[in-house]
Design a protein around this ligand. Sequence first.
Ligand code: ADP
Length: 232
Amino acid sequence: MEQGAADVPVIYLHEIKRQYVQGETTLTILDGAKLALWPGQSVALVAPSGAGKSTLLHIAGLLESADHGEVYVGGAATSGLSDVERTQIRRTDIGFVYQSHRLLPEFSALENVMLPQMIRGLKRGETVKRASEILSYLGLGERIKHRPAELSGGEQQRVAIARAVANAPRALLADEPTGNLDPHTADHVFGALMQLVKATRVAMLIATHNMELASRMDRRVSLVDGQVVELD
Ligand code: ADP
C-alpha cells in the first residue's frame, strides 16, 4: 500500500446535494450528505424506501452527478472530470452490484466475469485465469460454464459479485443485493460479500432493508432529511 493511503477514504462524499424536479415540485433527496468509506470497512445503508439510498449509491459510484458537493475517489475530486475519465474510474476503482443480477444471458458465468477485464484491455488468457479464480473463491468453480438461466438466484448474484470485483476495485457498492433472495440464500450471498471485504480490503457500502445483515457489518448509517447519520 502507498504510504499514507490508509488515511485517505476510498470514496468521500462531501456535502452532496441532489434534487429531482417532478412537474411543479422539486424533491430534495440529498441535502448536504457526507460519508467516508474506508478500506476494509463494510457499511450498511439502512433507510426507508424513497429516502435516497439508490441516489446516494449512484452518486458515490459516479453513475449520476450531484447538483452540489464533491465526490472524492482516492482523495481526488471527480466533479471536473470528463465522462470518459469518470467511466475510467468506474471501470478500475468501483464495483457495483444491483438487486437483480443484470448478467448477460447469452454468456457463461466465466464470460460475464471476463468481460469487464477485457473492456479494460487485459489479455484473454489473463481474464480467463482471474475470472476462474474469483468464481472458485466464491464457491462457483463447478458452475463457470453455466449461463445465468442455468444458475440459482444465489449463484447468479454471486456471479454478479465476481463480475463487480473482477478489476479489483477499491470500492464495492451494492444496492439491495440480497433483496430478491430467500433468507438462507441471502445469508450465503452476504457471506460472500463479507469474505471479499476481509480478503481484499475493498471498501463496501450496501443498501439493505435487512437489519440482521446490517448488524453484522462494521458500521451502519441511515439517511435522514437528505443527510447521512451514523446509527450507532
Ligand atoms: P431509495 O433507494 O432509498 O428507495 P431512491 O434514491 O431510489 O430511494 O429515490 C429517492 C426519491 O427520489 C424517490 O422519491 C424517487 O421517486 C425519487 N427519484 C429517484 N430517481 C429519480 C429520477 N430520476 N427522477 C425523479 N425522481 C427520482
